[in-house]
Design a binder for this molecule. Sequence first.
Ligand code: GTP
Ligand code: MG
Length: 597
Amino acid sequence: MKEQMNIVIAGHVDHGKSTIIGRMLADTKSLPEGKLEQVKANCKLNSKPFEYAFLLDALKDEQAQGITIDSARVFFKTEKRHYIIIDAPGHIEFLKNMVSGASRAEAGLLVIDAYEGIQENSRRHGYMLSMLGIKQIAILVNKMDLVNYDQKVYDAIVKEYREFLEKIDVEPKCFIPVSGREGDNITASINHMDWYQGDCLLDILDDFEKEKPDFKKPFRFPVQDVYKFTNKKDDRRIVAGNVESGSIKVGTEVVFYPSGKRSRIKSIEGFNIDPKETAYVGESAGFTLEEQIYVTRGDIMTNAAEIKPEVARRLRLNLFWMGKEPFVKNKDYFLKVGTAKVRCRLEEIHRLINASDLNSIQSEQVNRHDVAECTLQLNKAIAFDTVDKIATTSRFVIVDDYEIAGGGIIKEPLEDKLAWVRDKVILRNYKWEKSIITEDQRAEKYNQKSVMIILTGPQKVGKKEVAKSLEANLFNDGKWVYFLGIGNVLYGVDADIKKQDNTENRQEHLRRLSEVGHLLLDSGMILIVTAVELTQDDLEIIKTTIHPDKIKVVWVGDELTTDVSFDTKVPGLLDVEESVVKLKSMLQDNGFIYKPW
Ligand code: GTP
Ligand code: MG
């Protein structure tokens, strides 16, 4: 099979992208039989001049019949290889394409109108190409027919744009004077410019180098979903997604990040194909694992023998902002990297420039079209790579109010105050000796899913009363349940650190309490914990140690005295019975215990 290459085409509006694509389709005879004539005839009938760009529209209309084109991708081939040209009508589409992976480009074409000259987006798109790590770029100076094929006009544009590219450290592959309309230098057969003796566009495409085969890079598999086999006797799960980098064989030991959990590949299941031995970069795949572990969407599966990805909650990144609203501090956004989606906030802007004129800007916010180097805080840790290691798993987008508003690349992980807890958890998971009995088997046996219910609130509001009543109630239902006051671990588990009562010890207390909780949850238990006035920082420690899906926080009493975010609130001493009823139905509604009809 011929190799395939994805190429993105960008440029200022109306500078001729669609015309050039149409021309390439026509000149490589990639159009369906009779299409060109049909579109020409149609134009004549409606007495409007024929445009090569119409070919794309005509093909889009035929999309239903499933040929050559889908919304933004055009397919054609030369002697050498198959091409997918990605037409990115705007910044957002461009970023989506680059980050979603469906049509990630290996090279870029940048179109500049010779008559109109370099415009803002000519520069912005150039900047984005370089920021996203597309190193092979050819610049097409289009509409040369409109400037009488004048070399001076061409040279002036080349000089100006080259200076711009130098400032952002981009070495273009080449510049080509073309005319999409007349066909100059699209193929070698037409060229009205005897002063230009370089290659035509199609030769330049064939000349782009295929990136080093990605299957030699470290294996990266962002988990999209986990499916359960439908067969009753079969309790395996399929971990599904798309291989973003490298390759993996059946039998390989794998580690999931950010958790650090380990397992081994048991089988590779394709969609509608027989199981196979190896999965390669670019393929959609489903894996079954030797040992069942809890993984979720957003985790990255890696090869235990290869370099680890980064795990962090604070990131330094380069970002391009396109949102109508500026990117500001103290506001929640979502960061999407691979399949992970986490809440995030802008912490600090280190450098801010205008992507078009490259001037520095002094501002406390990132405005539309600005480029910023900044620090982002996430509300939980994610796994990723830095751009110098693996570009694909370093790319991100930022979502503001359901819309993509920015994107770019992660430059480096930064320290955060929970790194010390996380490092211990990753190591604990990595070293964990797994039992033969799976989480599902325990859940089935005990008729419940394990969960930690944390009751917190001021002194003397009835946390323990509610906790113990709930324990007794569930116990009488036959549940496997246990009450653990935070004080119960102070004198035993924490005996060595009990005395000094500073914040560091408080954090360590919480970490140990959570580790004890983790053990009990792993055994399948419902655990009820009480703690006085837990803060959000305290909760973060617990949520770093125990998977947040397995924690429910309950505020007891009327008065809110800390910043902790909770799932529900109960009256406590004022009505213990009602509190218990409410908590029980919370467990039922969340599927931790059976809900009777
Ligand atoms: P958008 O998708 O809207 O951003 O535009 P585009 O970059 O795809 O431009 P398109 O190909 O639609 O061309 C815009 C206009 O420029 C059309 O009217 C084309 O006929 C005209 N045009 C494109 N290439 C050439 C050229 O080489 N010479 C001349 N004279 N006109 C051209
Ligand atoms: Mg177009």
